[in-house]
Design a protein around this ligand. Structure first.
Ligand code: GN1
Ligand code: MG
Length: 371
C-alpha cells in the first residue's frame, strides 16, 4: 500500500498536503507528512518498518512505547535542573488506538512526533558537534538506565553479537555470489584477509559478558551521528531518534557506534579513503560530552572495555557490510552495485586507524573517566 493512503490513518488532524521521503536510513523507509487544517499545519514522521530486518514489528513498537513513556517522565522530572529542553519523539497512535497501522500487504507503519527546528548530519567536522553527540547518547542511556530490561523484548536477536556476524559471514563465503566476488575482486580478497586477522578479537565483549564483567542494560542500539538531532537555534543536541533498536544489550555497543560514526570526518559513504580516520580532537570532545552524562552509572569494568568497544563495533559494521555484499545485498539498502563493499572498506580503514591510535585513545578515555 502506498504511503499517501497510510498517512491519514493516524491520530493527526488535517488534510494531506505533502509527503516527503527523508533520511538516509539503511533499513526503514521514512517520510515527513504535512497535514493542513484551516488554521494550522501539523507535521509528523511516518515510517514503514522493514520486516526483513524486524520480524516482530509489534514487539518493536511495544518496546518503543514503553521506553519513550519512561524517558518522557524522566525528562519532565529533571526539566528544572536541565541545561536545555531535552526532547524525544512520541509514538502517535493510529485512529483505531493501536501504535501502528498494518496495510493491505501486511506492512507495518508507525507515526512519530517530529522534532522541529533541528537538523541531523551524516558527518562531523567540529569538536562541538562531537561533544553534543556524546552528551545526547550519555543523556539517553542515563534516563533509560533504570528501565527494567525484563520488560523489553529482544526485537533483533543476535544484533551486535560480533561472533554471530562472523559465523554468518563464514557461512555466506561458500555461496555462489561470494565466490564470484572473491574471485573477481582483489579488493574483496584484501578485506577477506583483514577479517581473518581479527577473528580472535571478535568475542572480546561477549566473553567479558559471560565472565560477568559486563551486564545487559537498556540500550539505543543505533546511535550513529545521523540519529542525533541538533537544535538549529542553539547548536545543542536535543534528542536521539530511530528508536527501533532499543533493547537489552551492552552500553558498549552504543558507545562504540557513537564514536565510529562521529569521529570519522569522511563519514560512512565516502569512496575517498584518505578522508577516513579516527580524529582525536573529535574523539576527545565526544568522550567528554558522553562521560559528563554517563560517568556516574559506569562501573570500573564498563570503563575497562570502552576502547575495545570502539574497535569492535567498527570492525563489526565493516564485517556486516562486507557479508551483505558477498550475500548479494540482502539486508542494507543500496543505490549502486558495490556500495556495501565500499562501506566495508570505509569501516575497515577506520578500524585500522583506531588500532594505530590505541594508546592515545586509551589515555583520553582514562583522563575523562576520572572526571
Ligand atoms: C542501519 O537503518 P539505519 O541506517 O538506522 C543498521 C545499523 C548500522 C547502520 C549503519 C537495524 O541503521 O546497525 O549501524 O545501518 N540498523 C540495523 O549505517 O541493522
Ligand atoms: Mg536504525
Amino acid at each position: 500500500m502506498i504511503a499517501e493512503e497510510i498517512a491519514t490513518e493516524f491520530d493527526v488532524p488535517g488534510r494531506l498536503a505533502a509527503l516527503q521521503p527523508i533520511g538516509t536510513g539503511n533499513v526503514n523507509d521514512t517520510y515527513r507528512v504535512i497535514l493542513r487544517t484551516t488554521f494550522s499545519e501539523e507535521q509528523y514522521i511516518l515510517q514503514r518498518i522493514n520486516r526483513v530486518v524486524f520480524k516482530d514489528p509489534v514487539a518493536v513498537m511495544a518496546n518503543m512505547k514503553a521506553v519513550t513513556d519512561h524517558a518522557h517522565a524522566r525528562i519532565r522530572d529533571e526539566a528544572d535542573e536541565a541545561d536545555r529542553i531535552w526532547q524525544l519523539p512520541r509514538v502517535i497512535s493510529a485512529k483505531n488506538g493501536d501504535d501502528f497501522v498494518v496495510d493491505s500487504e501486511g506492512e507495518y507503519w508507525r507515526a512519530l512526533s517530529l522534532i522541529a527546528s533541528t537538523t541531523n548530519y551524516d558527518r562531523v567536522s567540529e569538536p562541538a558537534h562531537a561533544a553534543e553527540a556524546g552528551a545526547v547518547l550519555g543523556h539517553f542511556q542515563r534516563i533509560i538506565s533504570d528501565f527494567p530490561i525484563e520488560e523489553l523484548a529482544d526485537t533483533l536477536p543476535g544484533f551486535h553479537i560480533t561472533p554471530g556476524y562472523l559465523a554468518q559471514y563464514d557461512s555466506c563465503l561458500s555461496g555462489k555470489i561470494a565466490k564470484k566476488c572473491l574471485e573477481s575482486s582483489s579488493e574483496a580478497r584484501r578485506l577477506h584477509r583483514f577479517v581473518d586477522l581479527r577473528r580472535d578479537f571478535a568475542d572480546v565483549l561477549e566473553s567479558a559478558c559471560e565472565r560477568g564483567e559486563l551486564c545487559h542494560r537498556p540500550i539505543h542500539g543505533d546511535p550513529k551521528i545521523t540519529n542525533v538531532m541538533i537544535d538549529t537555534l542553539t547548536g545543542k543536541g536535543t534528542c536521539i531518534v530511530d528508536l527501533d533498536t532499543v533493547k537489552p544489550g551492552l552500553i558498549h555497543y552504543d558507545f562504540g557506534d557513537a564514536v565510529r560514526s562521529s569521529c570519522n570526518p569522511g563519514g560512512e559513504e565516502t569512496s575517498d579513503l584518505s578522508e577516513v580516520f579516527l580524529d582525536l580532537d573529535l574523539f576527545e570532545a565526544l568522550v567528554k560530552g558522553y562521560l559528563d552524562e554517563a560517568r556516574a552509572f559506569l562501573s570500573e569494568n564498563d570503563r575497562k572495555y570502552l576502547f575495545d568497544s570502539i574497535r569492535l563495533i567498527t570492525f563489526e559494521l565493516g564485517l556486516r557490510f562486507f557479508a551483505d555484499y558477498l550475500a548479494g545485498d540482502v539486508y542494507f539498502k543500496t543505490t549502486y552495485e558495490t556500495q556495501n563493499l565500499n562501506r566495508a572498506r570505509v569501516q575497515f580503514a577506520l578500524c585500522e586507524s583506531i588500532e594505530k591510535q590505541e594508546e592515545k585513545m586509551r589515555e583520553i578515555l582514562a583522563r575523562y573517566c576520572q572526571g
